[in-house]
Design a protein around this ligand. Structure first.
Ligand code: C5P
Length: 232
C-alpha cells in the first residue's frame, strides 16, 4: 500500500480549485473532492481533475438503502476515481451492495473506505442522539470490523485510531486520517490532531490535509513538507 498525502480541495468553485492546482507544476498531488465542490460543479470537475493527471478520492459519504447505493456507486465508478467512501452505519448489506456497484466489468474498482463515527460526534452525542451506550473506541472498532467483513478496503479514522484499527483489522486494512497539522501550525477547528511525522509513525496509510496546505502562503512548499514528513 503506497503511503500518500491527499489534499482536501474544499473549494466552492472550479475556478478556485484550478487556481490552486495550477500552482503544482511538478508532482501531481492526490486530491480529495468533497460534497462542497462536487455539488457546486458536478461530475465534470472530477473528469477535469482526472484529465490533469491527479488521483482522486471522491468523498461523498454515501448512506442509503443497498439498491440505491449500489446504483450510485456504479455511476461513481465510471468517473474513474481512485477512492470513494460511505458510512459504515449503513450496515453490511449496504456496504456489500456498494462493492457490487463499484466493481467494473473488468473486475477492477476504486478503493472503498468507510466512515466509522464522524470525528464531530462524541460519546455524549452518541448516547443522546443515537442511543449508543458503548465507548466510542468500541463503536469505531466494531464499524471497522463490519467494513472489513463486507469486503471494504479500509476506514477513515482519526490519527489516534489508526493503530488500533490496524491491530484489529490487519496491517493491509487501509487507514485514511484527516486532522493533520504541522507542529508549528494552527489547529483550527480540528480537535484531535497529529503532525504528518506522527501519523507516519503510528502507521496511517494516507493523510488528508486541507487548510495547512490550501491556506498556506506557499501551498506547494506546505505540500512538499507534508510529503517529506509523511512519505519520504
Ligand atoms: O482543513 P482540514 O485539514 O481540517 O481538512 C480536513 C478534511 O478532512 C476536510 O475535508 C474534512 O471534511 C475531512 N474530514 C475530517 N474529519 C473526518 C472526516 C473527514 O476532517 N472525520
Amino acid at each position: 500500500m503506497g503511503k500518500d498525502v491527499i489534499i482536501a480541495c474544499d473549494f466552492d468553485s472550479a475556478e478556485k480549485t484550478f487556481r490552486f492546482l495550477d500552482q503544482f507544476t511538478g508532482r501531481k498531488p492526490f486530491v480529495k473532492i468533497g460534497m462542497e465542490l462536487y455539488y457546486a460543479e458536478g461530475p465534470e470537475i472530477v473528469r477535469e481533475i482526472k484529465r490533469r493527471g491527479h488521483k482522486i478520492f471522491l468523498d461523498l459519504k454515501l448512506h442509503d438503502i443497498p439498491n440505491t447505493v449500489k446504483k450510485a456507486m456504479a455511476v461513481l465508478s465510471r468517473l474513474d476515481v481512485d477512492m470513494t467512501n460511505l458510512h459504515a452505519s449503513g450496515t453490511i448489506p449496504m456496504m456489500k451492495a456498494a462493492i457490487e456497484g463499484l466493481t467494473r466489468p473488468d473486475g477492477t474498482r476504486p478503493l472503498l473506505i468507510a466512515v466509522t463515527q464522524l470525528t464531530s460526534t462524541d460519546e455524549e452525542t452518541m448516547r443522546h442522539d443515537l442511543l449508543i451506550e458503548r465507548p466510542i473506541a468500541d463503536v469505531v472498532m466494531h464499524y471497522a470490523q463490519c467494513a472489513k467483513e463486507a469486503g471494504l478496503d479500509g476506514v477513515v479514522c482519526s490519527p489516534k485510531e489508526a493503530e488500533v484499527v490496524h491491530s484489529s483489522c490487519g496491517k493491509s486494512f487501509i487507514t485514511v486520517t484527516p486532522g493533520v497539522r504541522f507542529a508549528d501550525g494552527d489547529v483550527g477547528d480540528q480537535k484531535r490532531v497529529m503532525t504528518p511525522a506522527e501519523a507516519k509513525r503510528i502507521g496511517s496509510d494516507y493523510i488528508v490535509v486541507g487548510r495547512p496546505i490550501t491556506a498556506a502562503d506557499d501551498p506547494v512548499a506546505a505540500y512538499e513538507r507534508c510529503v517529506r514528513e509523511f512519505v519520504d
